[in-house]
Write a protein that binds this ligand. Structure first.
Ligand code: PQQ
Length: 255
């Protein structure tokens, strides 16, 4: 096989992980985007997913701390800016808290990460540990689920706007902004992985890293589904569906 054909086949393998395993296919997302979640289920998703949001810039900082190439650090550091932003305007994390408020949650409660499901923490912490420990090629490959994220963000914007009263441009600003940011990140990450995975062994390791990441995402939704859809078993320490719901949202529900 020529080098170009080998790269092409490797690229196709990476893309097929998205079509086989990305979390857009998870039943919880299907419910959420199709307007079939209760507000308690929507809140549980926002609250748990906040934990992922908080750990993304931490894993990117872990990544940067391992990079000895200034070129690479320069390309990677905007990811931290995207999520943390500046002191006054904030970034993705603050936009996520705006979504939390729009769904009727107290932002300080969500920011405390109280009530986050144990399995959400385990999955997200495993991602941070992976990026801290594994070879850089695998750390970059694990970020490539973002290849598939613009599609899910577009579907989510459309689905939430269509089906839920809380959804408007301010509430969904997080997702619109990701549609601008993610393609830049992924362009660099994909080129890096295609260039540096130059042996079958490295290609297999990159495929395994991307697969692992799809599992990190999928298991967060399994945890949500089990606790808040069926069988509805909320583990000790998991959000009870009431704490942190604003008085206004609780009153609206009681009407
Ligand atoms: O809503 C989603 O489905 C989704 C998925 C992913 C992803 O595929 O990891 C990310 C995001 N959103 C996202 O907003 C985001 O900032 C992000 C960063 C990363 C990463 O691994 O560095 N993934 C994702």
């Amino acid at each position: 096989m020529t080098i170009a054909a080998d790269k092409q086949a490797f690229h196709a393998r990476l893309l097929s992980i998205g079509s086989d395993r990305y979390h857009d296919k998870h039943p919880f997302h299907v419910m959420l985007h199709g307007g079939r979640c209760t507000m308690t289920q929507v809140r549980a998703w926002v609250l748990n997913r906040y934990y992922y949001q908080t750990r993304i810039p931490m894993k990117d900082a872990a990544f940067l701390s391992r990079c000895d190439d200034p070129q690479m650090r320069r390309a990677w550091r905007s990811r931290i800016e995207d999520h943390d932003g500046g002191h006054d305007e904030g970034g993705g994390i603050r936009r996520w808290l705006r979504l939390a408020e729009a769904v009727g949650l107290d932002a300080d409660f969500v920011a405390s990460t109280k009530g986050v499901l144990p399995a959400t923490r385990f999955a997200v912490d495993a991602y941070v540990a992976f990026v801290r420990q594994q070879p850089l090629l695998e750390a970059v490959a694990s970020s490539l689920t973002e290849l598939f994220a613009p599609k899910i963000h577009s579907e989510r914007i459309a689905g939430l706007l269509e089906h839920y009263a809380f959804a408007d441009d301010a509430a969904l600003a997080y997702f619109r902004q990701r549609l601008v940011e993610a393609p830049q990140d992924v362009k660099f990450g994909l080129a890096y992985v295609l260039d540096h995975a130059d042996t079958a062994e490295k290609q297999n390791a990159a495929v395994a890293a991307l697969t692992f990441k799809t599992e990190v995402l999928w298991s967060q939704l399994d945890a949500l589904y089990g606790a808040y859809v069926a069988p509805g078993l909320i583990p000790p320490g998991g959000w009870d569906g009431r704490e942190g719901v604003t008085a206004a949202a609780a009153a609206e529900a009681a009407e």
